[in-house]
Design a protein around this ligand. Sequence first.
Ligand SMILES: [Zn+2]
Length: 372
Amino acid sequence: MWYWSLFALLLLSTTALAGNKVVLVSLDGVRWQEVFGGADPQLIVSPAYVKQPQLIHTYTPGQPEQLMPFLHQTVARQGVLAGDRTQSSSVTVTNPAQVSYPGYQELLAGFADPKLLSNADIPNPNHTVLEWLATQHSRQVAVFGSWQLLPQILNTARSGLLVNAGFMPLQQLHSERVHYLNELQLKTPASFAAVRPDIFTQEFALEYLRQKQPDVLYIALGEADDFAHQQQYDRYLQAIHHHDAFLAELWRTLQSLPAYRDQTTLLISTDHGRGQAEQWHRHGQTAALPGYPAPEGVAGSEQIWYAALGPDIPAAGLVQGEFLQGQLAATLAACLGLDYRAAQPRAAAALEFSQPPQLASGTAPVADHQGP
Ligand SMILES: [Zn+2]
């Protein structure tokens, strides 16, 4: 593991990287505890939370590479990870609500809005980095999400962004495959009213990527959070494993397309954390809010993580330091050679990764995030 000083990560030049593409993937409500620790030793043996042990019999506590092989075999060796609090690496949500809408707002706009404290179905008054890239920098942006509130969070009525989410058919693309997926998603039994099965979000996104090749693609997966709320630890773990397999497929697809190969940054994060131990299935409001009842206080909901992989990301594995959820918005813009913070001063600073001296002249070492 690299022991780097705070904020001393990677040099994101604002000129040399213009023309690059960025793909952001968020995994709703996936805890850093599973990302870095694998299956929880207490929860995985709990009859209350595991009704179908056969779904997860291959996951051993303390073996995160079994749960998320792409993240631990590819990203940890070729890119960076942050958020393992057992290794002095933290990523924190600053909005006090610590539920999804405020989390996506903070992730995509770069700052917490004290007026947005719930999952109310209202258009976001703030502009996100995605809207800024599309309207101010003529970048082609496409968003695919499982949760039906994403069009509101990205204020499509104002932003004009292409956001396909919830159970919306994909109408911007015409192929037999898309028509079939449009039919199939309505015929498939849905587990949740407001969140479609992630497989449709994934398939639409991959098809759009191949055919339209946007500059910026954001994919918001949602199932893990809902299985967690239902206290199904087996299906929560299975969803995380499926997310990781999708990330691997997405990366393979990007590397197979000349427009993306070796010039695309993949950013991965989440909207909020969750509680610990018996509170693992819940999340939300750990700080008092003006005008709101006393918080229920699900400690840990502010704790998240992120990962990055791409031509300008050093092969550093886990990076130590204290980072913020909001930094990802300006980082995303920086990957395209653009300074988001100059336009939106409320946004947190982009991650500044700098190559460690050992990497400057020689071969990149294999990072070992499991190290001491
Ligand atoms: Zn949730």
